[in-house]
Design a protein around this ligand. Structure first.
Ligand code: GLP
Length: 249
């Protein structure tokens, strides 16, 4: 079976090169559209990308003054001052070091009193901003994207989700113990992500090799959330040799 839209697969020479390729693609988007809307991801994978964006901003090559950002997800129960919240991460890694306007940076609010209303509002803000021009994604060891765990529907929207034991275990490395990892999160849905005009999924390291193979080479299946991206008209995988090591084709 031939797919109508084939993803672009860039295999960088190493992790640093993968960060450089990703930063280049983001910079290109903002060069074409200085008031662009970026979808941003957390996790260890994009840290090198944010470092490069900060350096390029300091060197006068990147201006964020008209940029709007939407993050993928946030833990429920963690506020912006909690050092494991994704708002905190974004401030530390990027927002505090560039000239983005705080009011134009959006991260779901893990302390929202009314979550159903908050997630509707989040979607509405994305629409009002004109949609996401470029969405950056990482991937979980179990193939999750943002916090869309296996079983997430292709048309799912921003919502509250339960984290799987796999994800709690994987993310416990940032907390004192697995018991401290929140059990619930707010995540953009797969349907929300698929509406982005361009998607870049970045992965590095051997631990992601299986999830990457499944995402690219197995049939699209809700059991493997990243595989639901297949068919998007502008999808690029930026990989290092280790995360690409199980690709057969
Ligand atoms: C978390 C995030 C995902 C991220 C994943 C992988 O669960 N919600 O958005 O892609 O972790 O993280 P890392 O890049 O640290 O491997």
């Amino acid at each position: 079976m031939t797919r109508v839209n084939q993803p672009r697969i860039l295999i960088a020479s190493d992790q640093e090169d993968a960060a450089r390729c990703t930063a280049d693609l983001m910079q290109e988007t903002l060069r074409e559209k200085p008031a662009g809307v970026l979808g941003l991801a957390t996790g260890s994978t994009p840290i090198g990308v944010y470092r490069l964006l900060v350096n390029r901003h300091r060197a006068g090559q990147l201006d964020f003054s008209d940029v709007t950002t939407f993050n993928l997800d946030e833990y429920i129960g963690l506020g912006p001052e909690h050092d494991q919240s994704y708002r905190y991460f974004m401030q530390q890694q990027l927002f505090d070091h560039v000239n983005v306007v705080r009011e134009r940076t959006h991260v779901p609010n893990g302390l929202a009193a009314n979550i159903p209303e908050h997630v509707r509002d989040y979607e509405e803000r994305i629409r009002q901003a004109g949609g996401i021009d470029l969405q950056l994604l990482g991937i979980g060891n179990n193939g999750h994207i943002a916090f869309n765990e296996p079983g997430s529907a292709i048309d799912s929207r921003t919502r509250q989700v339960d984290l799987t034991e796999d994800t709690i275990e994987a993310n416990s490395r940032f907390f004192n113990s697995a018991a401290e990892v929140p059990r619930h999160a707010i995540t953009m849905g797969i349907g929300t992500i698929l509406e982005s005009r361009r998607i870049i999924l970045m992965a590095t390291g051997k631990a992601k090799a299986k999830a990457i193979r499944v995402a690219i080479e197995e049939p699209s299946d809700p059991g493997n959330p990243a595989s639901l991206l297949q068919g998007h008209s502008n999808l690029t995988f930026v990989l290092d040799p280790e995360s690409a090591s199980e690709l057969k084709r």
